[in-house]
Design a protein around this ligand. Sequence first.
Ligand code: FMN
Length: 184
Amino acid sequence: MLEAMKKRRAIRNFESREVERDKIETLLTAATYAPNDRMREPWHFYVLQGESLKRYEQVALDYLQKRFPAKPHLVKSSMEAITKTPLIIVVTSAIVEGDEGATKDNVFAVSSAIMSMWLMAEQLGLGMVWRTRGVGLVHDTALHDFIGASGKEQLVGTLCIGYPAEEIAAEKKRTPFAEKTTWL
Ligand SMILES: Cc1cc2nc3c(=O)[nH]c(=O)nc-3n(C[C@H](O)[C@H](O)[C@H](O)COP(=O)(O)O)c2cc1C
């Protein structure tokens, strides 16, 4: 288990080939086994490929051009995160009206589900990165509106997935736990 966790990497460059339907379904199945408070199973998955992903490109382009009107190079490089990704899964978490604690717990559960998908992706020979910033558009309304999420859902992750087209670093240095741990 520890080896698998050490090997997991954020992958941002993908081959153009499509991800097979059965592999996508395995990723989604892995997600649904995540721990979650009171079995609210607060996640929802929006799968973008092919034509729907093409339509999302336009939404992201409009957003970036509005946000960075004087930085066309930044817009162009940011767009590659979508145009060179064959599969995007947007994951949302249910908002529990009037219960901030439960709403937060739902985000924790959805984060666990995303981590399960990340590890599952590696085992399936896929690469993945969890994006929130830039074209991840988690902190904006544009992607929320595009996928048709309800007002009772909040975006947690935009997962870019595909077959890796980059050298995968064996291990990324981490601060030893001793520097992050207080034994009481
Ligand atoms: C909540 C969250 C948000 C992230 N957002 C982005 C993002 O917007 N763009 C990006 O390139 N990577 C993003 N990442 C990936 C991190 O940059 C990456 O996990 C980190 O650099 C550690 O590298 P590793 O995953 O290969 O260990 C995000 C990761 C998490 C957990």
